[in-house]
Design a binder for this molecule. Structure first.
Ligand SMILES: Cc1cc2nc3c(=O)[nH]c(=O)nc-3n(C[C@H](O)[C@H](O)[C@H](O)COP(=O)(O)OP(=O)(O)OC[C@H]3O[C@@H](n4cnc5c(N)ncnc54)[C@H](O)[C@@H]3O)c2cc1C
Length: 510
C-alpha cells in the first residue's frame, strides 16, 4: 500500500471493521468492565454505546485514516490512573492504552492512535494546577491544564509560561511530551519533573520534584542517569503530572520586524543567524515564508522576520537600536520596524501586539490569530478544517534554508497543494522548519495534501533533513530515521522489560 493510499477521508470511507474490537476478546472486555467499575460507566465509551469503533474519536483535522478504537477511558482523578493501567498490564490480549492530554495534536493526528484497536486514555479531565511557586519558578500541572489556564494564573506575576501559537485550550504537558516548540524555547526544556505511572501500575517521580521544606532549587537532572527524557515521545509510561519551569518575566519586550524578498532568502538567513549567535535576540525568533507571513500582516510576496528582544527597558532600547541599524545597513530588508505594537495607529497594531504578548507568555486567549489561520474556532478544527504538519529540522545556514525552500516549492508544484513554512530559530545552529498544509476537505484536495506530505518526507530525508515529530500515518518511518540502530534496539529492550504485554500502545514513536 502506498503512503498516499492510506490517507482517507473519514466522512466517505467505509470503516475498518463493522464489529467492535471487544467482541470476541474476553480479556479486553474484562478489562473494560473493570475500568467501568473504577470510573463509572459514563466515563467508559465503548463501541457498543456508540455507532461504531471508528466513530469513537470523531474526525481528525488532517483526515488521517480513522483508527478503530476499542474504547475511550476518561478518568476524573490522577489517583484512578494506576489502577486503570494495571488492568491492561496482565496479558497481551487485554488491550493497549493510547494516552492523550487534551488531544489537540492538530496536523499530526489529533487524538488518533497510530494503530487500530487501542484503548484511548483521555486525561483531559485531570486539570488541576496542584502547586505553584512564583518565587522558585515552577508549577505542578496535570495533563488537562491548558496554556490558557496556566497563563491566566500567572498574569501580573513575575513569572511566565512558555506558550505555543496553538490554541489557548491546548495542554501544557501534552505539547511538552510531544517535543512541542513554544515562543520562548523548546517545550521539553520546561519539564523539570514528571509523575509517571509505569506499565505495571507503579507511580514514580522522575527529575526534580518539590520537597516539603522547598529548599532544593529546580534541577531536573538529579544524580546519575536521568530517567526523565525516557518518558518524552515515549510509550514507556503514562504521565499524570509534571513540574513545569516558569521563566522570570522580562521587564520589557519588543519584537523587531523585518521584511525581505525571495531573492534575499539565503543572505537574510545568514544575517539573522549572526544576530542569534551573538545574543542580540532571545526566545524563538521566527522567519515566515510569504504564505505564512500573511497571517501576521506581512507584505504580499515577502518573507517576514520576528526578532524578540527582552530584558530591562534600557537593554531592549539598546538592542532594538542595534538590530534595526544592522538590518538597515545590510541592505537586505525592504522594511525594518519595531514600533507596530506600540503605535495604535499602525494598521498592523493588533496583530503585532498579540505577537509581543505571546513572546511575553500570554497566549492569545481569544484565539484571534489561531482562528484567522484556521478559519474556524478551536472546537471545530477537527470537524471542519483540513490541516497537516511536516516538521523537519534544518541546519541554520542560508544555503540549507534555500534548499529546503526549493524542496517545498517542488512538492507544492507536483501536487498543486498550498504550503506555508515558518522557521523557528532554536539556536545558532538549529531550525525547526514548520511546514503547514491547509486544505479544503472537499474533492481531491485532501489526497493532494497527503501526497505532498509523503513527497516531503522523502525529499527532505534524501537531503538529510529529518523530522523531529511524526504524524500517525508516518510512524512507520521511525526506524529508518533512527540515527543509530543500537540506540533503537536499546529503546526496544527497555520497552520489552518495562512493558512486556504492551499495556501502553507503541505510538507514533513506537
Ligand atoms: C494553527 C496551529 C498552530 C500550532 N502551533 C503550534 C506551536 O506553536 N508549537 C507546537 O508545538 N505545536 C503547535 N501546533 C500543534 C498542536 O496543536 C500543539 O502541539 C498542541 O499543543 C498538541 O495538542 P495537545 O496539547 O492537546 O497534546 P495531546 O494531543 O494531548 O498530546 C500530544 C501527544 O503527547 C503524548 N501524550 C500526551 N499526553 C500524555 C501523557 N499524559 N502521558 C504520556 N504521553 C502523552 C501522546 O503521544 C499525544 O499524542 C499548532 C497547531 C495549529 C493548528
Amino acid at each position: 500500500m502506498t503512503e498516499q493510499s492510506r490517507a482517507v477521508d473519514a466522512t466517505t470511507t467505509p470503516d475498518a471493521a463493522s464489529t467492535p474490537p471487544t467482541s470476541g476478546n474476553p480479556a479486553l472486555r474484562k478489562a473494560l468492565d473493570a475500568a467501568a467499575r473504577i470510573l463509572g460507566e459514563d466515563r467508559v465509551l465503548r463501541p457498543e454505546n456508540d455507532e461504531r469503533a471508528t466513530r469513537l474519536l470523531g474526525p481528525n483535522a488532517s483526515l488521517f485514516r480513522t483508527r478503530r478504537v476499542a474504547a475511550v477511558l476518561r478518568p476524573a482523578t490522577a489517583g484512578q490512573v494506576p489502577e486503570l493501567v494495571e488492568l491492561f498490564a496482565g496479558d497481551t490480549g487485554s488491550g493497549s492504552l493510547h494516552v492523550v492530554s487534551t488531544g489537540r495534536n492538530w496536523g499530526l493526528g489529533s487524538r488518533e492512535p497510530a494503530d487500530d484497536d487501542a484503548v484511548v486514555l483521555d486525561l483531559g479531565g485531570l486539570d488541576k494546577v496542584r502547586e505553584l511557586d512564583l518565587e522558585a519558578g515552577w508549577a505542578v500541572v496535570e495533563p488537562g491544564v491548558t496554556q490558557g489556564h496556566l497563563s491566566r494564573l500567572l498574569a501580573h506575576t513575575p513569572r511566565l509560561v512558555n506558550v505555543t501559537v496553538s490554541a489557548a485550550a491546548t495542554s501544557v504537558l501534552g505539547n511538552a511530551l510531544d517535543r512541542g516548540v513554544g515562543l520562548r524555547g523548546q517545550r521539553t526544556d520546561d519539564l523539570a519533573g514528571l509523575e509517571v505511572v509505569l506499565p505495571d501500575g507503579e507511580t514514580v517521580r522522575v527529575g526534580w520534584w518539590p520537597t516539603e521544606d522547598r529548599t532544593a532549587p529546580v534541577y531536573p537532572h538529579g544524580l546519575g542517569p536521568s530517567p526523565l527524557p525516557l518518558f518524552v515521545q515515549s510509550s514507556l509510561g503514562v504521565v499524570t503530572a509534571a513540574v513545569i519551569r516558569l521563566a522570570p518575566r522580562p521587564e520589557a519586550l519588543r519584537v523587531v520586524r523585518l521584511d525581505f524578498p525571495q531573492s534575499a532568502l539565503s543572505a537574510a538567513t545568514d544575517a539573522v543567524r549572526r544576530w542569534v549567535a551573538q545574543g542580540l535576540t532571545r526566545g524563538v525568533p521566527r522567519i515566515y515564508d510569504p504564505a505564512a507571513a500573511r497571517s501576521y500582516g506581512g507584505t504580499e510576496g515577502e518573507f517576514l522576520v520576528h526578532l524578540p528582544v527582552d530584558g530591562t527597558a534600557e537593554a531592549v532600547e539598546a538592542l532594538t537600536g542595534i538590530l534595526t541599524a544592522e538590518a538597515r545597513r545590510s541592505g537586505l530588508f525592504t522594511q525594518v520596524t519595531a514600533t507596530e505594537a506600540i503605535d495604535p495607529a499602525h494598521p498592523n497594531h493588533e496583530v503585532a501586539r498579540l505577537v509581543e504578548r505571546g513572546y511575553a507568555g500570554d497566549p492569545d486567549i481569544a484565539d484571534v490569530l489561531f482562528r484567522a489561520k484556521m478559519g474556524v474556532p478551536a472546537d471545530r478544527v477537527d470537524a471542519e478544517a483540513g490541516f497537516v504538519f511536516f516538521l523537519p529540522l534544518l541546519p541554520f545556514t542560508g544555503a540549507d534554508v534555500s534548499r529546503a525552500d526549493g524542496l517545498l516549492r517542488e512538492a507544492a508544484a507536483a501536487t498543486g497543494t498550498r504550503l506555508s513554512a515558518t522557521l523557528h530559530l532554536l539556536g545558532p545552529d538549529l531550525i525547526d522548519c514548520v511546514v503547514a498544509m491547509k486544505f479544503p476537505r472537499e474533492g481531491d484536495a485532501p489526497e493532494r495534501a497527503h501526497r505532498a506530505l509523503d513527497l516531503l518526507h522523502t525529499s527532505f530525508a534524501d537531503a538529510g533533513y529529518a523530522p523531529y515529530r511524526l504524524d500517525v500515518d508516518h510512524a512507520h518511518r521511525r526506524d529508518a530515521l533512527a540515527a543509530d540502530p543500537g540506540a533503537l534496539a536499546l529503546t526496544r529492550r527497555l520497552k520489552a522489560v518495562l512493558d512486556p504485554n504492551n499495556a501502553i500502545a507503541p505510538g507514533r514513536y513506537r
